[in-house]
Write a protein that binds this ligand. Sequence first.
Ligand SMILES: *[C@@H]1O[C@H](CO)[C@@H](O)[C@H](O)[C@H]1NC(C)=O
Ligand SMILES: *[C@@H]1O[C@H](CO)[C@@H](O)[C@H](O)[C@H]1NC(C)=O
Ligand SMILES: *[C@@H]1O[C@H](CO)[C@@H](O)[C@H](O)[C@H]1NC(C)=O
Length: 971
Amino acid sequence: MGTGQPRAAALALAVALGAALLAAWAPGAEARARRSIDLSADLGRPSDSRLPEGLVPSHYRLRLQPFLTEARFQGRVRVNLTCEASTRAVHLHAHEALHIAHDGVRVWWLGGAVDASSSEEELEDADTVRQQLSIASTKKDTIQQQYVIFLTQNLTEGDSYEVELTFSGPLNDERSEAFFMNSYEDHRTKGRRSQALVLARRPYAATQMRPNNARRVFPCFDGPNYKATFDISVVRPARMAALSNMPVRLTEKLQSEPGWEVDHFQTTPPMSTFSVAVVVSDLGYITPLNPLTAEGGPQIRVFGRAHFLGRLQAAADAAPAALAFLQDYLGVPFPLPGLDLVVLPHYAARHPADMWGVVIFREEDLVGESMQVQLTTELAYQWLGHLVTPAPRWAELHLNKALVNLLMVARLQGVSPIFSPGNLATRDHSLYYEYSKKHPYAVVKSQKETIRLMKSQWVLRMINNTITEKTFKSGLQHFVQERQYNVFEEADMFSTITHQGWADGTVPRDVQLLDVVNSWVQRDRYPAITVTRNYNDATAEVEQHVFLRDRPRWGCSSCDDDDLQWWVPLPLLAQGDLDLSSVQTMGWLHRQQLTLRDLPAAPNEFIIVNPNEMGMYMVNYDPTNWQLLAAYLEASAGGDGALAAVDVGSRAKLLHDAWNLALAGELAFGAALNMTLFLPRETEFAVWDTFFTMVDHVGRHTSGTPAGDKFQAYVCRLVEPLHAGLAAQAEAQGTPAPRDPRDRSDPVATLRALAKYVLCSAGCAPCREQAQFEFARWMEMDDPEEGNPVADLYLCPVFAWGTDEQWEFGLQRVINFPKEREPEERNMLLAKVAGCARDPLRIERILNASILETDSNFTISDVRNIANVLAGNAYGHAALFSFLSEHWDAVKERCSEEPGMWEYFVSRALSNFKTQEGLDLVSELYVSRMGQFGPAEPIVEEALKTIKEEAEWSNENLPDMEHWLDAHLDQ
Ligand SMILES: *[C@@H]1O[C@H](CO)[C@@H](O)[C@H](O)[C@H]1NC(C)=O
Ligand SMILES: *[C@@H]1O[C@H](CO)[C@@H](O)[C@H](O)[C@H]1NC(C)=O
Ligand SMILES: *[C@@H]1O[C@H](CO)[C@@H](O)[C@H](O)[C@H]1NC(C)=O
């Protein structure tokens, strides 16, 4: 759409980046919950050093003592080891900041294998044979983050040993990592009578161990695969309390140090070092109103500063239900006697510190909208992370996170509107756009892993949906039971679920789920499926191919790789029974083609493959099935409530796939536009949101053409009544004005905001009128330089369709913009004045002012911005091109002020043509200015190839589109 610049910009964020940045579907709550999804901190540093094999820890006795006034701690650790391969050196992880006393190092031989299962006698024997070994030397390896003890004799395979070290280190006080301290202020009533509140400074110390911070707290075998039991003791000031993974077994006064006490905690189950938890504080706590203890469940406590505890009751009350859900889903009760959720003031690390039995949150995490998401996610890690632990490799970490996300969604769907089925089905649409680009991730490199994680989530959802939740759940339960207190690899999990599916008859014998998953996860593409029905014998031919939507595709090597094939489950709904719970997986497409038989649909009934966006693929049908679908939806749109027979997610998907296939040139536009005929009765956010995104995408390909103008008229015809209805409803209910259009936590308000946005960017009459009214207020101000009272939304319609006087007023505000005001505001205004204008004379006026007139106050970076916004819409682009053709030398001269500017200008002025006319213009210029492009030469050559592809698409598609629009606008 001509003035679609702001919308395009908003979508560029929401679509290309937003998906990744905001985890796409719930920018409100989820963005705040995003810390848990961010992957970077969960990976060990790539250079993370592995310890030599041969020694395996089985038990730690760890004693820690924080000194809060000195910001340091000291400790002692004794590790029981089994020797599995003879060696003369003991390697432990230890961070360089940890100071290990050389004379405190001891190694004992404990005799033959001693373990928890040994009898009393054996243990006594072990005691008597305990022998101290002599140490040759010790070495601190700061690069490998290791501490090495060399012995004078070999450790013997099969024997047990004990290593003891004493150490000290700093209590880090800035980043809330490893063992850290901080303090907070809380009110305290002074004296009995006086009600005066005084602020008391209260220090605390706590641990945050992921991904490999344990080595900063004590020397250890710091890797998830080294699971061992722990006896933890914490020495603390007598007036404070200590928390750890397990309940306190015994508290003693320290005879040697008055004022100190030591808490000895019960022995933990086998766990990884990152599960170790210690908190020393004087925080208070609350408990849930309905605890699980009646059923023998864990004791749940929520700790916080005294004056904040009241706000945490909702989280405390939500925790038992979340735990109950998780233990039911995973089939294993919460494995520890207690769970402490610690809300630490000034906790500064990027993630909640999830340790086993103790999770540390920021104060804002457990209040408000995001509480449920945060809480459920972190509780799921208690099982999938601490009880069963992913091997320290990329694939496993990814899978684990995706699984945690699935559990969180499973728990919260139906509880929170963010996780309504329609939102879930459409939340990852942005992945489609990324993966159908010539070069996925080219623009959003830094978000690559987050995007891949979203894909893994989608793949797991697909598996759950197609093999039935029953199989998925029982498979997962077996897996957790088999692997508890252990580490796992991806293959373990999918193999267990596959066997479950074979047994249940929900996974065919020739399907291995790991292969299925890998065929999706390991590729940055996805397929489109074509379903061609044979209406005589109830069969359908199904075919798959790589889907690419974006052009240009020239020079793309992976763009039509016929060898790329996915394992595609084919869930299907038929017109006779549209209930999502009746979905049947009709087959698994693996090679190029597959014939589906016994379709449950009569020849005059439609089918929907991949309903509710169960799998990550587009579906195209033969024209008859499309026709049946469109006719049904349109007809049911006339009746009341019948539209709802097709679920929201599937309505959005049909619309989405039809338009994307049309944009890719795989479906006639008429067929795609038919899928909008039901929209006048549509009320669901998810469907409209999908439509708005498509309006933007299509608008960019058709802007400036007659078809594009008609398309906008059609958009207005659909959106005007939608917006009017929502506005009337809001007025009747006194709902406040819409908030951030990307916040989906209130779908109705958000839909209204989005509808308004589209109304204005398409230049629909109601918005134009209101824009006039708003703009007049600015023009009437005594000092218009004071500030702009007009909402951004209304500027474009005025600069595009208002009078010359209004436009000139805008330009003058840019020129006279006061120095003391925010320069960003000026840039924004300039972008609108230039980017929204459609009249060639206005555009020429601003180009003259900024490029030709030397005494104007436009800088070279203004020129860059102007060229950029003009290139964003067809009217501006055409005017920019003619300006370059006419003022070739002057433009070149002005561009010489900044390196790279000439190339930039040329690329802006040439690359965005989409029609044959544009191609002709650029070709002419290329010939007439041959040899004068200089460094911009390759840009022109690429632009010509790109425009050629666009023009071919326009030739093939725009007439069909225009024809359809003519027919429907006339009605
Ligand atoms: C000690 O172990 C090393 C291997 O780590 C082996 O090469 C050496 O022969 C052993 N020495 C003795 C005395 O067993
Ligand atoms: C660890 O070693 C000590 C001997 O120093 C022994 O008493 C204890 O039972 C061992 N613990 C385990 C769990 O093996
Ligand atoms: C898992 O699949 C079932 C259908 O078998 C569906 O009802 C459920 O919502 C799915 N769960 C998630 C978390 O997607």
